[in-house]
Design a protein around this ligand. Sequence first.
Ligand SMILES: [Zn+2]
Length: 356
Amino acid sequence: MEVEKLNYPTERDYKSTWKQSLVARIILGRFLSNTWISFSFLISKKKLNTQFLIDLSYRTIFLYFFMMGIIGCTKLYQINRSSLDKKVDQENAVDSEEESFPYKNTIRRSQFVFYSYKKMTGEVPLFDELEVMQVEIARNLQLPLSTHLVHVYLFPTEEKYRTFMHSKYPNLPSRRAFFVETPGSRGAAGTLMVYAPWTDYIRQDLRHELTHGIIHASFHNVPLWLDEGLAEYFELPVEQHGVNRNHLETILHPKKTQEKFEPNLARLEQISEKNTRLLQNRNEYRESWAWVHFLLHHSPETKQLLVSYLHDIQTNPHPIPLSLSLRNMFEDPSLELINHLHSLPILQTSKVRTHP
Ligand SMILES: [Zn+2]
């Protein structure tokens, strides 16, 4: 996007207008003094005759048009002055618009285009990491690398981000960052956009929201629980191998105030079917993450089940639910999930065990 430059009068234009006006005033002064001298002469000589009246009429007509010229100059100046003020106001308005929506500076990394108010330099290592993440997700889910763009708008502060989101998407709930998709035609991905403020959580937030972008660029009809589960999984830096220690800690050692972890994939699938825009609470995000981790790491068979399911839902309007496929694979999938989570090391990141 480009900002259309406004043409407005400059200080130089003012000075030249003033010069014109000054020259006009000198000429007028000379004209009036000449007229007065002639008039005084004729009075003194008592020559107020017809010739004098004709001469006076010509001079009056000339004076009228000349005065209009002077008024014209002054008006021109006033118009210029007021139009300058108006256009300066317009320019200020453009500035405030720029302040509310980042688009001036862009950096592109594979399918991501990052936008911000100011030139980006310190952000580049994170952008490079996100480019690697795209490859990592494509490899895990057996996707071709998509070129469908994801537009990422970065706000310098949380306040600016919230003000913008509130004005553009007043019905969305308050979130740290957002992924938004406008509808595409014939089942294709629409315009994919991410909005995020540059805070201490930016790495996690961008990894999460861009995961949604990558998935939506390649897949449609992804159930809500799976969409969020994959985003919760890939939001973690690669060295954590998808192990979300906060989720794991809460699942394995819930506090008295926290609900006991009782996984039920069929229930999560029903939430998606009801087309709830967002999962209700952190427990559902947590459970979604747990199922995705289980599917990707329990065994090559569970991973293949997930990949096949993602590809199946692209063409099959009635795919076999994953909960049903898991029941065919395991006697008690929920118990298998809990055992899987107990097998994960929760201590040091460096000691995390990798799974197939
Ligand atoms: Zn999400």
